[in-house]
Structure formats: structure tokens, C-alpha cells
Design a protein around this ligand. Structure first.
Ligand SMILES: Cc1cc2nc3c(=O)[nH]c(=O)nc-3n(C[C@H](O)[C@H](O)[C@H](O)COP(=O)(O)OP(=O)(O)OC[C@H]3O[C@@H](n4cnc5c(N)ncnc54)[C@H](O)[C@@H]3O)c2cc1C
Length: 287
């Protein structure tokens, strides 16, 4: 195994400069993807740039009209945050079901997003909450809507020398109900075969606004506009759930791999979309 250098910068600008200047340098957050990939020989970084010493990068902040979650916030922190639970329950659920508790204690939001797996647990909730990626590094700050962040399996808009500083989620006005659902081969310690997040605004039983995102069934997680359109202006009954699930299946491009066939994944889209929508419908009835 190649000898591994280590740097622990105290700020994102410094971290970005190291990544820019040192050939083969790689950011390190919780290490749950990096360490495993290195052990398996899939990557051979010359130097890891440890982000954990950068102050404040693991915080969740209540700013005016929005919540900002630092890239270094762990899944455990996110799943237990009362702010996230109150405003963004689908994200809290996703963070709380990922992997196992040992992984959740280490795994960070930034690592999950920058690893850019099509099945990244936190991506569908961030898409339906219309989050913005806060980027910083060697070239200074910029912002990119989460919908444009992923560019393909394992790739993002981040340029060399850039890091994810965090995400900003606009606090929704009252009345947006959301849910997260996933299907994996095993109940825990398994990445999703398909995952979904839904967020609906319902007034007097009728859907006014619908947002639905899917993961693991296309090269990148994505908003499913046709499924959103079929839900608007109708009651959330069985027929609406079926129509949305059908539209979601028609929009997906699942692949067959060692974990599941494309056909099985399609069948599971139907299951998870209906489950997430049914959860929202039940909440609406109970409210
Ligand atoms: C046993 C096990 C089970 C798992 N189960 C799941 C699961 O159910 N669902 C799921 O989605 N994932 C799962 N994972 C994958 C992994 O835990 C997550 O992707 C995790 O969130 C990665 O975060 P990390 O902090 O460990 O990232 P790291 O491994 O430190 O980094 C991952 C990648 O992101 C880059 N990176 C990290 N932070 C930044 C940043 N701020 N800016 C720019 N680049 C950055 C790194 O360079 C690297 O390329 C599992 C992993 C293991 C080992």
C-alpha cells in the first residue's frame, strides 16, 4: 500500500490550497468511505486532508429563515437534532437509518454527498427541501442548488481545491409535510436499492404543492417532476398514490447489478413511493 501523507488544516481555504497543490491529495471527513475504499485498493491517495480540525464545520445553525448544517455534522448529530427533526423530518429519518450506529457516529453529511453515490441516503431529502450546497476552498465561496450538485456516479460540481462547507435548507412556511422511505436487501447495514423523499403541501385535503425525489435508480439522485405533477390538485387517495408511483417508475433508469435486478428495483420504487406518500397522508388525517 502506498505511503499516506496527512494534513490537518485549520480552515477551508488552507484545505483547498493543499488539495490544489498536492497531486493525489484527498479530503477526509469521517473516513467511512475513504478508509474502506483505500483498504480495498480502489483508491490510493498520496495525502489525506483531514477536515475534522476545522472549527465550526460540524455545527447545525438556525439562521434567519434557514437552517445551515455543516459538512462535518455526523449522521447521529443530524438524526438527533431537534431543529432538523422539527423542520426537516425526512432528513432526520434518512440520517437515522443509514448504516449502523457505529457508522452513523463517524459518517458525515459532507462525506455522504461528496462521495456522490447514486444511493446516498441524504440526497433525496435535501432535494425535496430544495437545499443549497455551500462550497468553499482555494477559490473562495460559492453556492450551488442541490439539484445541480451531482454530475454522475461518484462525481459532483466540486472543482479541484473546492470543498463542501455545508448545506442551507430554507425553513418552509407551515404546512409542508414530508417523509422518507428506503428499500434495502437487509434491514440495517445495507445501502438502499431505492430511496425516496416526498414533501407535500396539502390544504383542505387537496395537494397544493408536491415534491418527490428518488435515489439509487439513475446515475444521480433526482426530482421526479412527472410524479409531482400528477399529485397536484388532487386528494391523496389510493388512486393518486398509484399514479405517482407509476410516474416515478416511468422516470427511473435503474440498473441490474450484484445487489438487485433493474426489474426488482422498479418494483421497489412502487413500494417506497407509495409508503412515503401514505405516511404523509396518515399524518394529514391525524392533524
Ligand atoms: C458499513 C457501512 C455501511 C454504510 N451504509 C450506508 C448507507 O446505508 N447509506 C449510505 O448512504 N451510505 C452508507 N455507507 C457509506 C458512508 O458511510 C457514507 O457515504 C458516509 O456518509 C460518508 O461520510 P464520511 O464522513 O465517512 O466520508 P469520507 O469517507 O471521509 O469521505 C467520502 C468522500 O467524500 C469526500 N469528502 C468528505 N467530506 C468532504 C467535504 N466536506 N468536501 C469535499 N469532499 C469531501 C472525500 O474526499 C471522499 O471522496 C456505509 C458505509 C459503511 C462502511
Amino acid at each position: 500500500m502506498r505511503e499516506l501523507g496527512y494534513a490537518a488544516p485549520s480552515g477551508l481555504a488552507e484545505a483547498g490550497r493543499i488539495l490544489l497543490e498536492v497531486e493525489g491529495a484527498m479530503a477526509l471527513a469521517g473516513g467511512t468511505d475513504v478508509v474502506v475504499a483505500r483498504r480495498l485498493g480502489k483508491i490510493a491517495p498520496a495525502l489525506v486532508v483531514d477536515l475534522k480540525r476545522i472549527p465550526g464545520l460540524d455545527e447545525i445553525r438556525d439562521t434567519e429563515g434557514a437552517i445551515e448544517i455543516g459538512a462535518l455534522a455526523s449522521m447521529t448529530t443530524i438524526s438527533r437534532s431537534s431543529l432538523v427533526g422539527e423542520y426537516f423530518p425526512a432528513l432526520a429519518t434518512a440520517a437515522g437509518v443509514m448504516g449502523c450506529w457505529q457508522v452513523r457516529n463517524l459518517a458525515t453529511l459532507g462525506g455522504n454527498l461528496c462521495n456522490a453515490s447514486p444511493s446516498a441516503e441524504t440526497a433525496p431529502p435535501l432535494l425535496v427541501y430544495e437545499a443549497v450546497a455551500l462550497i468553499d476552498g482555494a477559490n473562495g465561496p460559492r453556492e450551488v442548488p442541490m439539484a445541480d450538485f451531482f454530475t454522475g456516479p461518484g462525481t459532483t460540481v466540486l472543482a479541484r481545491g473546492e470543498l463542501l462547507a455545508g448545506v442551507r435548507l430554507p425553513k418552509e412556511p407551515q404546512g409542508l409535510r414530508s417523509a422518507y422511505a428506503r428499500r434495502a436487501l437487509r434491514r440495517s447495514m445495507d445501502i438502499p436499492l431505492v430511496n425516496t423523499a416526498v414533501a407535500l403541501r396539502i390544504a383542505e385535503g387537496v395537494v397544493e404543492e408536491a415534491r418527490l425525489a428518488l435515489g439509487a435508480v439513475a446515475p444521480v439522485p433526482f426530482r421526479v417532476r412527472p410524479a409531482e405533477e400528477v399529485l397536484v390538485d388532487r386528494r391523496l387517495d389510493g388512486a393518486a398514490l398509484r399514479a405517482a408511483a407509476e410516474a416515478a417508475c416511468a422516470s427511473a433508469r435503474p440498473i441490474t447489478d450484484v445487489r438487485a435486478t433493474a426489474e426488482y428495483r422498479l418494483a421497489m420504487i412502487d413500494v417506497v413511493v407509495r409508503r412515503a406518500l401514505a405516511e404523509v397522508a396518515e399524518e394529514e388525517v391525524a392533524a
